[in-house]
Design a protein around this ligand. Sequence first.
Ligand code: ADP
Length: 395
Amino acid sequence: MHILVANLGSTSFKYRLFALAGEQARLLARGGSERVTDYSQAISHAMHELAAAGHMQSPQSLDAIGFKTVFAGDLTGCVLADAAVEQALRDTADLAPAHNPPYAEGLRIFRERFPSVPRVALFETAFYQWVPDAAQRYAVPEAWHNVGIRRYGFHGASHKFVAERSAELLGRDDIAQAARRLYLDGPQTIAGAPLRVISCHLGGSSSITAIRNGVAIGTSMGLSPQSGLPQNNRVGDLDSSALPCAMRRLGLSLADAERQLVKESGLLGLSGVSNDVRDIKTAADAGNARSKLALDVFVRSIRHWIGAFLFELGGCDALVFTAGIGENNPWLRTAVCQGLTELGLELDVTRNTSAPVETDLSAHGSRTRILVIPANEELVVARETARLLTARRDA
Ligand code: ADP
């Protein structure tokens, strides 16, 4: 099955073409354009590149096009992306202003150019469909809840991959199989001891998700990707009184305050140096106090959520690090796991400094396995797209 994965950023269009046979995937081609102002042109360019490489003799060369859509309120899951999905993306763009308009536009362009090729949307919120009500609710008036002010959760593609892969690595093939088919069959009853995983997606944007038997039961992100851990330049969790208070004290308009929370906060706002952890670590090591504080706040927030989910899950069989920061920074993993030996979490110092590939970092005797599982979100989209199409063909 040939699946094109289209990644539409606010100023970029990137693609990867995969050949899938069951769970096996081969990357055939990748490419894209930066500084995009016209998605139609960028998509034409990509199609020419694919044709020149011999991958696009006709539209029939593609079995489907997959999209890692972010947010459309209660519309979620891994679904065929028809015109109604495009409209839902537009209708909910207020909460994902950087992501939804490009995806709505990209879906429309592909629909018009390749009407016979199925388009599949894998929503980042999809993994949280079965989170218990108590973990979805904010303590707001009922009317607020009824207009969608609730926790949704994000990075679903990445955390679902961790759910599948960690179950495989821990020898729980029953759970891995159920996790792979989660969006097709929903949660299944699993016999035996539950598998409890805490997945830390730490990158430009970060979140921590608690997973029981392959199903998410809670996550650090809430209504929007503005919440949870401090993000690269976005604020993360913030007391709701802070916004009106800062507006009054600094004389900010709502638009200015929102922009500062989205673009000038997070690790950038804290450090004053950069939104990139590498630069912040270099500055902290050179004695920059704000950079050191930024890293301390980040680590404290990670530990806060891990601690919450350790309780919620009643223990943890695997703590997983994934994405750019989680995979590549041994010092951060050391800081996160500091002093947890009595709770059953202990890093092996040597393994922790090994290359950023899939690795078991746990010390001999650590009750909780501490794993690095590299993220590959395009592959996740390709696999979910193939699973949906196969299930529909088999039905
Ligand atoms: P995005 O959410 O934009 O996809 P990534 O998952 O690529 O982001 O994560 C970006 C973060 O990961 C940056 O803070 C960067 O410092 C960190 N990072 C990426 N690669 C490395 C590396 N080789 N060493 C240390 N940190 C890295």
